[in-house]
Design a protein around this ligand. Structure first.
Ligand SMILES: *[C@@H]1O[C@H](CO)[C@@H](O)[C@H](O)[C@H]1NC(C)=O
Length: 272
């Protein structure tokens, strides 16, 4: 075998070992999907481009279409073309670059209208296209927190309408739940109440990056009347004791007066 040809074999083997032949161009968006963006902040989408040695990207296009709808409208946000891929954003709040090994799209002052399915499309020198998608939604505040009771299982269930990434926590009489009150499910939405009697105020607090909202379930009052009657009985007993004491004192004084009067009479009798 001619040793001079060894590098050629190497290249041939390399080409054969590439699973996609000359269609190796691919693109992936690196953000975790779906991406949630707080209104007014910036959305940054990063895409990684993989290309074979013979491949060449001639154009990159960033687009957005609405997530729902029968005939979603497609909006071009930015394109990168030409040698060195010069990028231009379609609007002033759009920044884009195409630096190896990928491309980055940034939308400043993000608003509800910017939500949708984002797509990045690569066009190679032969005109073939490859696309990656990513769903982007607005980060919603916590809405409509409610607590309902499951009587058969003595549990309280906390609900929330459409806030993004809600975290649930529970309070009993404005203090964090302890083992004596009950236990909270792993996802935080359910409070299994083990305390007896089932009484007092149970509050569910739902929070996310934008703030929190809460709702309270009010069970039967906790032995407030019981404690009230005890206090009343103690008061009554004290009053009776006081009254009895005063009465005894008065009787004793009267008794002393009358006996002194008798003695006075005796004395007078003696002198007469
Ligand atoms: C009460 O909770 C149990 C257990 O989680 C569930 O199977 C049942 O459907 C609930 N009942 C109501 C009325 O929600």
């Amino acid at each position: 075998m001619d040793l001079h040809c060894f590098p050629c074999w190497g290249v041939a083997l390399l080409l054969l070992s590439m699973p996609c032949g000359h269609q190796c161009l691919s693109v992936h968006i690196l953000n975790m999907e779906p991406v949630y963006v707080i209104p007014g902040s910036s959305l940054v989408l990063k895409a990684r481009i993989e290309q074979g040695p013979l491949e060449e990207v001639s154009m990159i296009t960033w687009e957005r279409e609405s997530e729902t709808g029968v005939d979603p409208e497609r909006v071009t946000l930015a394109t990168c073309v030409g040698t060195g891929l010069k990028c231009t954003g379609a609007r002033p709040n759009v920044r884009v670059n195409a630096e190896q090994p990928g491309t980055t799209l940034q939308i400043n002052e993000y608003s509800t209208a910017d939500s949708g399915v984002y797509a990045v499309t690569l066009t190679d020198h032969t005109g073939a296209e490859t696309t990656a998608h990513c769903i982007v939604r607005i980060y919603e505040a916590v809405h409509h927190v409610s607590v309902s009771i499951n009587v058969s299982h003595s549990s309280l269930v906390c609900g929330e309408a459409w806030g993004t990434d809600p975290h649930f926590s529970w309070l009993y009489e404005r203090v964090a739940i302890t083992k004596t009150v009950g236990s909270v499910s792993k996802d935080g939405t359910t409070l299994l109440v083990t305390m007896t009697p089932f009484c007092g105020h149970f509050t569910c607090v739902v929070s996310n990056k934008l703030g929190y909202s809460s709702a309270t379930y009010t069970a039967a009052p906790c032995e407030k009347e019981g404690r009230g009657t005890t206090a009343a009985v103690v008061c009554l007993v004290l009053l009776l004791l006081l009254f009895g004491g005063v009465l005894a004192f008065l009787l004793w004084r009267r008794h002393r007066h009358s006996s002194r009067g008798e003695r006075l009479h005796e004395h007078l009798d003696d002198t007469i």
